[in-house]
Design a protein around this ligand. Structure first.
Ligand code: PEP
Ligand code: MN
Length: 365
């Protein structure tokens, strides 16, 4: 069991819907000043800026380096909020701690590498600075979880996750495809952890930052980290996905934050009636599934006796086609019907394969 301190209790005045904003990269003291001034009057609670930039290919702007850490004080003075930077190595951690950075984050390209995460953890020993961990580039929950376990082992309790999407070569809409079930699983595996969303790196394009932000809120994530630049097109990194402080204010105002029922006991009572109905329906569904699998086993016996293959393609095609059509008529999506049918089919094939391996005698010759 991990020992976690929630974002609200980091002692930095961060709320349950934390907004983190600031440029992808710190470029100059003037740039930090202009962006911070633009953000005045916005609900920003934590200012971000990349100082060391992990770039996919060499030759692109790799960040100003430690020198830029001092410029963050400008944003702190203007906005009166804490600041955060990305760290990937021991030297980064040492320099950031020395410069009085309030929160650190570990980037997606670092979370994938347990050696790097461990190196950062060693450098953090003896401190209690909050650390946010972005999901690894690939949708591997264990790697993400592992980073939190390593941090916890060196005594870092103030942690949070950042969902920034996953690399997928077939994905066209997003730069990094969101996989909303992963942050939800992470929250289940580390009770009490806050997971915020980085719509900028998910979207890769400023036009859909608002839509991705709203989805993150709908899925119950705990805040947003949005890249903000006074002149996005001229930004030295991630130009296409950065938005101006004014656009950030407009997007933030358009977001709809939903109430959490746990904080509204009167609604919980009303919801309870529906929830009981759902519990009953789920129990009935499971009974039906159990019955269906019993028939599957009878079919399995028959196939074993007659030496028939477990997988019969024509039957499977027919089941898929007719059930999907039926599902569509009942207002379910094709995607849902396909995953449901695949799950049922996989379980059925497994059961029948196990039957084929049985050594009990056949009932009929
Ligand atoms: C960033 O936040 O600028 C960044 C490099 O993000 P990621 O690690 O998610 O790619
Ligand atoms: Mn960036």
């Amino acid at each position: 069991m991990m020992n976690i301190i929630d974002i609200k209790d980091w002692g930095l005045g961060l709320s349950e819907h934390v907004l983190i904003a600031g440029p992808c990269s710190a470029e100059s003291p003037q740039q930090i000043e202009t962006i911070a001034k633009g953000l005045k009057g916005s609900p920003v609670e934590l200012f971000r800026a990349g100082v060391w930039k992990p770039r996919t290919r060499p030759g692109s702007f790799e960040g100003v380096g430690a020198e830029a850490l001092e410029w963050l004080q400008i944003a702190k003075d203007i906005l009166n909020v804490p600041v955060t930077v990305e760290v990937a190595k021991t030297e980064h951690v040492d320099a950031a701690l020395k410069a009085g950075v309030d929160v650190l984050w570990i980037g997606a390209r670092t979370t994938v590498n347990p050696f790097s995460v461990q190196e950062i953890c060693e450098a953090l020993k003896g401190t209690d600075i909050p650390v946010m961990v972005k999901n690894p580039i690939n949708p591997d929950l264990q790697l993400w979880l592992g980073a939190f376990e390593r941090l916890n082992k060196v005594g870092i309790k103030k942690v949070a996750g950042i969902h920034r999407g996953f690399s997928d070569p077939y994905e066209k809409r997003y730069r990094n495809k969101p996989e909303w079930s992963l942050p939800i699983h992470l929250k289940r595996m580390i009770p009490g952890i806050s997971v915020i969303c980085d719509p900028s790196h998910i979207a890769g394009a400023r036009e859909i930052i608002g839509a991705v932000s709203q989805r993150a809120i709908n899925f119950g994530l705990d805040g947003l980290m949005i890249e903000t630049h006074h002149d996005p097109d001229k930004a030295w990194s991630d130009a296409k996905q950065q938005i101006t402080p004014d656009t950030l204010k407009i997007i933030y105002e358009s977001l709809i934050f939903r109430k959490n029922v746990d904080e509204h006991p009167e609604m919980l009572n009303e919801l309870e009636q529906f929830r009981q109905k759902i519990d009953l329906l789920d129990a009935q569904l499971l009974e039906l599934f159990a019955e269906r699998f019993k028939v599957i086993e009878q079919v399995g016996d028959y196939k074993r006796e007659h030496n028939l293959a477990v997988y019969q393609p024509s039957r499977w095609e027919e089941v898929m086609e007719s059930r999907i059509q039926d599902g569509l008529r009942k207002n379910m999506t094709e995607k849902f019907m396909k995953s449901l049918l695949f799950a049922i089919h996989e379980e059925s094939v497994k059961k029948q394969e196990a039957q084929l391996k049985e050594t009990r005698p056949l009932t009929k010759a």
